[in-house]
Ligand binder design. Structure first.
Ligand code: FAD
Length: 291
């Protein structure tokens, strides 16, 4: 199918993009990688009157550091750039581990972190990852800017906390401290498909290898990424690592109330939550203890 007619505006700068968005509000959409928006337009599920192409804004395609404690990733940074970046692989390995699960190389060549998070597909990997990592997202408009913590950003399927005139311009992710470990796992019918369920886990241990901090979030387990850190906290302070992992995984399984989808009913998704939590928590602890 062909999209409904729309006005195309190539942004000359961030200020220009924000001014156009302020003018047209929810009639206008930003065009980033186009990997979700263009198919939706072709099926006429989305019919924006105006497309603001942000691809010319080179400054939005960047990976930088803030005072050695966080990475800042520009919204237009493509998956492929994240996947191949040595700093990401070394400092936030959770992202490098998850990226190959997102779609196919062709999609990853175009798709962007900002487009992915703004699209807010609850089955998508990156929203769960930024929630697990306790990232924050920078929203800019002609009125000014604000930072939104990841857990407040996702309001529902394809719905975020961004106002009609705001653009997501940057994602800030804290670097993991020493003796941290992370793991991403998912089950999908075929490689590159959206997952039936996935889990992102980050842990930190003390000198004795005892878990002192755990964060965990699911993709595909609810209407937004599902933060299951409170359930996984069963691990904290436990010396009996194997039993603690089993208990934490059981707590995660208990805590979730997945909606089911066309490939997995809620009971199967809940089962996957327990199985994946057990494997991912064990792997993350192992990595935290042994680098
Ligand atoms: C075959 C296929 C398989 C896929 N498999 C997966 C998968 O396994 N996992 C997964 O997570 N995704 C998957 N996707 C989706 C893909 O990740 C998309 O690229 C992504 O969801 C959107 O990113 P984008 O940069 O292409 O954004 P676009 O499609 O350009 O935009 C998506 C939405 O976000 C808005 N937007 C874009 N940038 C901004 C911004 N900076 N600020 C505010 N709003 C913005 C747009 O206006 C639009 O509403 C798949 C896509 C395809 C085609």
């Amino acid at each position: 199918m062909k999209p409904a007619p729309f006005k195309y505006i190539a942004a000359e700068s961030l200020e220009h993009a924000l001014a156009v968005k302020a003018e047209y509000g929810d009639e206008a959409r930003f065009l980033a990688g186009g990997q979700s928006l263009v198919p939706a337009m072709n099926f006429r599920l989305a019919q924006p009157a105006v497309l603001i192409d942000v691809n010319p804004i080179e400054a939005l395609s960047s990976i930088g550091r803030v005072n050695g404690h966080a990475l800042r990733i520009g919204a237009l940074t493509r998956y492929r750039m994240l996947e191949r970046d040595a700093a990401i692989a070394g400092e936030i390995p959770l992202i490098a581990e998850a990226l190959p699960h997102i779609a196919h190389p062709q999609v990853r060549n175009r798709g962007t972190i900002g487009g992915n998070l703004s699209h807010a597909d609850p089955a998508s990997e990156l929203p769960a990852i930024v929630v697990a990592l306790e990232g924050r997202l920078r929203a800019q408009s002609a009125r000014g800017e604000r930072w939104i913590v990841a857990s407040d950003f996702f309001l529902g399927p394809l719905t975020t906390a961004l106002a009609d005139d705001e653009m997501l311009t940057e994602v800030e992710l804290p670097l993991q401290p020493a003796r941290s470990g992370s793991c991403f796992m998912e089950v999908a019918r075929r490689k590159g498909d959206f997952a039936l369920l996935g889990i992102a886990v980050v842990v930190a241990v003390d000198e004795a290898g005892v878990c002192r901090r755990v964060r965990a979030a699911l993709c595909g387990g609810g209407e937004t990424p599902v933060d299951v850190s409170a359930a996984a906290a069963v691990l904290i302070g436990r010396q009996d690592r194997e039993a603690a992992v089993t208990d934490a995984a059981a707590a995660v399984r208990q805590a979730v109330d997945p909606p089911g989808n066309m490939h997995a009913d809620p009971g199967y998704q809940r089962h996957l939550a327990g199985v994946l939590a057990k494997r991912a928590l064990a792997a993350a602890l192992e990595r935290a203890c042994h680098g």
